[in-house]
Design a protein around this ligand. Structure first.
Ligand SMILES: [Zn+2]
Ligand SMILES: [Zn+2]
Length: 371
């Protein structure tokens, strides 16, 4: 989670000319104040983060702070609260129709829970942004989490809230942190079906991942008819990512981002807030995937064969001592076979998809076999 991943992404966007696209504005953000953070997070937890931020030696492991995954560091409160501020500002602007789409690739901190830090996440900007939209009048929000890990913190924040549909598409908890997110985890008694989980087998590859997410996400989001679509684009699904094992390419991630954009236009009149998330291959993967996301949201999608600018390559090589990929593609096609072609009961992928469809679709008035 070193800030270099964000710096390299912003530089790549800039050098590709994305920040000069007419109609695109790059805006700064102030840290969210405690009242805003406490719409999701417990007061005692916010106090504990502030204390650890002022003096990292006081970090309390019972709040998940000062741990291997969430080490305390000076300024951690402001850094984490600023990410929240950015996502909330964009969320309000998108909901109000001031901008059609917003991207905060610093955001997507989906493991943070109301009362503790988890999985490199301190404050859950996605959850606070959705709470802010509900408070501003949104009646229904759909959240789609494409990170390789289960979006457990965001799901927990709205577990029993029927106004928010959370869908997480991730590598199965049998092989990956946090070990949750199975098809039978469907939300609380007031919101049954409001949480949807698609737990995928390791080693899936592009075609399998795209087939899976397109077999579940568009159907549910369209049926839910949200006012806004919020998507989390953790790119730790990539083959080179040191944590996940879904073996997906930048090309498939770009295709997924295009699909989320199209889905927003089809289901919400275009109101779309896109966030970053995990992604630990910080040179080869994160900058290219999120530059594609920014380009798509700017309505100036990049051809995959676009060269990575020389200046960026030189900077990345100097910084990391590691040559970066020369093109905005991994050379894959991102083709897949859609669910409508039928499913194979022998395929672990298709069994996982079907488990989720059978668990969740009837709760949304959908037919698990035919929709
Ligand atoms: Zn659009
Ligand atoms: Zn992740």
């Amino acid at each position: 989670m070193a800030p270099i991943r964000l710096d390299l992404t912003a530089r790549l966007c800039d050098q590709l000319g994305l920040f000069d696209v007419p109609g695109l504005s790059v805006v700064s953000a102030q840290p969210a104040d405690d009242a805003l953070l406490q719409t999701v997070h417990e007061e005692a937890y916010v106090r504990a983060v502030r204390a650890a931020s002022a003096d990292p030696r006081t970090a309390r492991a019972d709040y998940g702070l000062g741990t291997e995954d969430d080490p305390a560091f000076p300024g951690m409160h402001d850094a984490a609260a600023r990410i929240v501020g950015g996502s909330v500002d964009l969320a309000r602007a998108v909901l109000a129709g001031e901008v059609p789409h917003g991207v905060n690739f610093c955001g997507g901190m989906h493991h943070a829970k109301p009362g503790c830090a988890s999985g490199f996440c301190v404050y859950n900007d996605a959850a606070v942004a959705m709470r802010a939209m509900l408070d501003a009048g949104a009646e229904r929000i759909a959240y789609v989490d494409l990170d390789v890990h289960h979006g457990d913190g965001t799901e927990a924040a709205f577990w029993d809230d029927p106004r928010v549909l959370t869908i997480s598409v991730h590598e199965s908890g049998t092989t990956l942190f946090p070990g949750t997110g199975y098809a039978d985890e469907l939300g609380g008694p007031h919101a049954l079906g409001g949480a949807v989980n698609l737990a995928l087998p390791a080693g899936l590859g592009d075609a399998g991942w795209l087939r899976a997410l397109h077999a579940v996400v568009p159907q549910l989001v369209t049926s839910f008819a949200p006012d806004v679509l919020v998507t989390q684009h953790g790119c730790d699904t990539h083959d080179l990512d040191p944590l996940g094992h879904l073996t997906v390419s930048v090309d498939a991630q770009r295709r997924a981002s295009e699909s989320m954009h199209e889905l927003a236009h089809a289901a919400t009149g275009g109101r779309w807030l896109a966030l970053g998330g995990g992604g630990y291959e910080v040179v080869d993967v994160v900058p290219r995937t999120w530059a594609h996301l920014v380009a798509i949201a700017s309505h100036r999608p990049l051809d995959p064969s676009t060269p990575v600018p020389e200046e960026w390559l030189a900077h990345a090589a100097e910084l990391t001592g590691h040559p970066a990929p020369p093109l905005m593609t991994d050379g894959r096609t991102a083709d897949y076979t859609g669910w409508e072609s039928g499913y194979d009961p022998e395929s672990a992928l298709d069994r996982a998809v079907l488990a989720t469809r059978r668990a969740a679709f009837p709760l949304h008035g959908l037919d698990p076999d035919f929709d």
